[in-house]
Ligand binder design. Structure first.
Ligand code: ZN
Length: 206
């Protein structure tokens, strides 16, 4: 995806991998848990993630991002699968302390630079084979495949489309696997999803 092409919305899924729900002390949801990130949070590979002064605990969340190619309203899972245009590496950067204290996630997930997105690549025929890997300063912190998800990608898209129409260019962030952790100034964080890579340095605000 061109970094200048902003999606109309970024729909995110929380707690979509069992081991990650457990590592934060949460139950696995019985329905997809949805939230939004503002399109203004998007940055491209090689842009810097800026640590806001409001937070003392900013964490990476490497995720498989799905780019929508068609209008999906109350779509079946098969129609949703056909409506996928591409996949991207996505980092759902989160101020974990604010996520806990605010009770809802708009601030914690919405800071400028909190949504690094890599180049768009074609989805494989079998979506379950998509892999996501997160590295911090070169060492692997997260690794999973789409098969490890609680709700598979077509199920997520069909579910979201019963609430809000998914439009061409919209991005769905499908949840992060276990292994989330802190980012500090000077770190370099990289999320790889198949052949899409997004790599960002981390700097303190001001
Ligand atoms: Zn996330």
């Amino acid at each position: 995806m061109s970094s200048l092409q902003r999606p109309g919305k970024i729909v995110c899924v929380g707690r979509n991998y069992r081991a990650h729900a457990q590592e934060l002390g949460n139950d696995v949801p019985t329905e997809p848990l949805l939230f939004l990130k503002p399109p203004s949070s998007i940055i491209a590979s090689d842009d810097a993630i800026i640590l806001p002064t409001m937070s003392r605990q900013v964490e990476y969340e490497g995720e498989i991002g799905v780019v929508i190619g068609t209008h999906l309203t109350r779509a079946s899972e098969s129609a949703a699968q056909v409506g996928i245009r591409g996949i991207v590496a996505l980092n759902d950067v989160t101020a974990r302390d604010l996520q806990r204290s605010d009770g809802q996630w708009t601030r914690a997930k919405g800071f400028d630079t909190f949504c690094p997105i890599g180049t768009e690549v074609r989805p494989p025929a079998d979506l379950g084979t998509i892999e996501v890997t997160t590295r911090v300063n070169g060492s692997v912190r997260q690794h999973a495949t789409a098969r490890d998800m609680v709700f598979a990608i077509p199920t997520l898209l069909a579910y979201i489309s019963r609430i809000m129409t998914l439009e061409p260019g919209d991005v769905v962030a499908t949840g992060t696997p276990a292994g989330v952790g802190r980012l500090q100034g000077g770190d370099v964080v990289e999320v790889e999803v198949d052949r899409s890579i997004v790599r960002n340095s981390v700097i303190a605000a001001g």
